[in-house]
Design a protein around this ligand. Structure first.
Ligand code: DGJ
Length: 725
């Protein structure tokens, strides 16, 4: 039973994998947090509760004069009634008064079930045994507001997911000013925080720092997740490493403005708050209306940071990604973007496909530039009709010609955008997000469509659907290349203007859901100027994301290493490109880096000598032999590119019978030693064979392998196979 309720003590205890989470319903109906950490067996946990009584200068509720909500550890704190830290809930009444106080009403334990989140992507169960869900019903009688807090407790993995549903059961209109998904309290603050920061072409660098008093906020105010900060963080004990120590992971299943904040209080406790960013947020809740927050994922590991990553990888691969491509080997593809940019026609694409066939590449993806007057990036977004004059044939003919070369066909869209110089804009200028009387703020000469309008959503589903139906399309790359401005919709009353940010995201989810349902055979990949919208919510619709526009293999080591903190390797689009940044990197090294991802190419194959095409054919054969371990194995980070010139990681199949080790050295320094790389995750007693040798798992994990390289860009790939005994 992963969810236990002790009626005497009124303690709810949740056991998720190796973790326990506990809370207490006080006599006055407050829901206090007691514990989150490694699994504990006792259910009598009263002695763990800390709420320290009243605190000076922090007022106490009338019904609990010895209690300070400002210092208590709570499950879903509210604003305006005595807790001055970050609230989960902020509500305004019709008369402008703000304040809420929630009290426990009842709870239900939903065995083997996980309710869906209205209009939102979320993790799901494959079988009832995977999880139970706790629904705690709270209410604010004065407001008539009912709040249900959901905790989905996974039995076999250390995952609890949380969300809330807020319903106006009263008679007056309410305005939500903050409606976070969850907060998690810790009675201590001696943590390091690890987050993923970045910029375009520098996505998801790993940053680690101690917490300090006050708040550290990771957030987006851009309308999408963004390159700058991911909606993911780890809080870990100070000495935690990849393999040792306690760590907690937090991530939001959402693609818009988010907040993930760690706030250290005057009592040295830490509150982690996670949800839709309250920045410029508002939501009108009329009597009878309900609002569902996005899902927050909480993970625990007593095996360091790597444990958090492996738990999330499994969760996202098996309980978030959907559809037939979830478990199928992804095709090796060639994308024409870096090969041609906008200068291509059918002839050029077919010529690339011809070379690709020689290298055993599976699919050709036609990137930006095939539609309307899209001869450059200044125009035509929204005009989703093939430019036959430029291409020299119809889409159907092009696809058939590529197929005749032996490749399947994929296509690029940037659905959410509209260029002022487009037929779509000339017909519907009011479809762009805009403020009447103000000029548009453009990015890459484009504006964003107002996805809160049903007619815009219908247009996109229809126009994209027509293209996808018109030919045998096997793959779609869904791009998004600017952030939101003029976030306003004249169709909504002024009181609802702050809803546009969230309604945009809901509109996007509706469109994607319609298209992925209608075209279940298509493999969808999301993209946002590289990896600017790499979040779990997008993975619910599209099981892979283009990791970065930076295809330099040396830089990619960092980008993919950082991305692996929360996202499975199979979800990271990674391509072999020509050498960038003035450095010559051997083809095999570039390919090895891209193989630690959803593998492909992005260069002009017609310009390569036959020997390189032949080498690619060999590399592709290697990749296919390793692909199932890369895609579905457990991932262990062994050396960090953020700490030196070496990067190493390995993949181990679930049954530990196969493993792939990848070691990269980007630079050799004078008088440097070889490296002894100790492996992880193998069966200690098992015998593994590799490169003509046989060694046991314990030797490989304790003694390791001596690797090195006398030149820059040296790398090793070691394929280990268990020897039957
Ligand atoms: C940004 C993407 O990240 C690139 O891969 C490419 O598709 C361009 N957009 C096309 O405009």
């Amino acid at each position: 039973m992963p969810i236990l309720y002790n009626e005497q003590t009124r303690i709810l205890k949740l056991d998720a994998g190796d973790s326990t989470y506990a809370m207490h319903i006080s006599d006055a109906g407050y829901l206090f947090h007691i514990y989150y950490g490694g699994h504990i067996s006792d259910t009598d946990l009263e002695h763990l509760e800390i709420h320290g009584g009243g605190a000076s200068f922090s007022p106490s509720p009338a019904d609990a004069p010895h209690l300070s909500l400002d210092t208590a550890l709570q499950e879903y704190p509210t604003a305006g009634t005595g807790d001055f830290r970050r609230p989960c809930l902020g509500v305004m009444e019709e008369n402008g008064a703000s304040g809420a106080r929630l009290q426990y009403v009842s709870h239900d334990i939903l065995q083997g079930q996980k309710p869906a989140l209205q209009g939102l992507p979320a993790t799901y169960l494959n079988a009832p045994g995977e999880a139970d869900t706790l629904a705690i019903h709270m209410e604010d009688k004065h407001l008539g507001l009912r709040v249900t807090l959901y905790y989905c407790v996974f039995t076999q993995s250390s995952v609890i997911t949380r969300w809330a549903v807020l319903e106006n059961g009263g008679a007056q209109d309410l305005e939500l000013r903050s409606a976070l998904s969850a907060c998690v309290e810790f009675c201590e603050s001696d943590f390091d925080m690890i987050s993923l920061r970045g910029a375009w072409c520098r996505e998801r660098s790993v940053e680690r720092h101690p917490l300090f008093h006050g708040a550290t906020a990771l957030e987006s105010r851009r309308g999408s997740t963004g390159h700058q900060l991911n909606s993911f963080a780890i809080l870990c004990e100070k000495g935690a490493t990849e393999d040792y120590g306690q760590a907690y992971g937090f991530q939001l299943v959402y693609s818009g403005n988010f907040l993930l904040e760690a706030e250290v209080s005057q009592m040295n406790s830490t509150r982690v708050s996670i949800g839709v960013n309250p920045y410029d947020f508002g939501w009108q809740l009329k009597p009878g209306d309900a609002f569902t927050t996005p899902e927050a994922v909480l993970t625990y590991s007593n095996e360091g940071l790597g444990g958090i990553s492996r738990t999330l990888h499994r969760l996202y691969r098996k309980n978030l990604c959907r559809g037939e491509w979830r478990d199928k080997p992804r095709p090796i593809l060639i994308n024409n973007w870096e090969a041609t940019f906008f200068k291509f026609n059918a002839e050029k694409l077919v010529a690339i496909a011809r070379e690709a066939a020689k290298a055993d590449i599976d699919m050709l993806v036609m990137d930006d530039g095939w539609f309307g007057q899209r001869y450059d990036d200044h125009r035509a977004l929204g005009d989703w009709v093939l430019n036959e004059e430029k291409m020299g044939c119809s889409l159907g003919e092009l696809v058939e010609r590529v197929k005749a070369e032996g490749l399947r066909f994929g296509i690029w869209f940037e659905p959410e955008m509209i260029s002022p110089d487009s037929d779509l804009y000339r017909a519907h200028p009011d479809w762009a997000l805009h403020i009447p009387g103000r000029s548009l703020t453009l990015g890459r000469d484009q504006s964003v469509l107002n996805l809160t309008l049903p007619e815009v959503r219908a247009y996109l589903i229809d126009s994209i659907g027509k293209v996808l139906e018109s030919a045998e399309i096997s793959y779609v790359k869904w791009d998004f290349n600017r952030n939101l401005t003029e976030v306003f919709s004249a169709a909504l009353p002024a009181a609802q203007s702050r809803e546009v940010w969230h309604r945009y995201v809901l509109g996007l989810y509706e469109i994607m859901e319609a298209l992925v349902q209608r075209f279940p055979h298509i493999l969808f990949e999301s993209c946002s100027g590289g990896g600017g919208r790499f979040d779990p919510a997008m993975l619910y619709y599209m099981p892979q994301t283009w990791c970065s526009d930076n295809t330099d293999a040396a830089d990619r080591l960092k980008i993919q290493y950082g991305t692996s903190f929360c996202f499975p390797v199979v979800t990271m689009g990674a391509h072999v490109a020509v050498c960038h940044n003035g450095r010559e990197i051997p083809l095999r090294f570039r390919a090895a880096v891209a193989m630690a991802g959803s593998f492909g190419y992005e260069l002009d194959l017609t310009k390569l000598p036959p020997e390189q095409i032949a080498e690619m054919k060999e590399m592709n054969a290697d990749f296919r032999a390793w692909q199932s371990v890369i895609d579905t194995g457990d991932f262990y980070r062994l050396r960090s590119p953020f700490e030196g010139e070496e990067t190493a990681w390995m993949f181990v199949s679930e049954d530990k019978s196969e493993a792939l080790v990848q070691y990269f050295r980007t630079r050799v320094t004078g008088n440097s030693w070889a490296t002894r790389l100790t492996l992880r995750g193998l069966a200690p007693e098992a015998l593994y064979s590799f490169k003509g040798k046989q060694l046991r798992g314990d030797t490989l994990m304790r003694g390791g392998l001596v690797l090195g390289g006398r030149n820059d860009f040296a790398h090793h790939e070691i394929w280990l196979q268990r020897v039957p005994e």
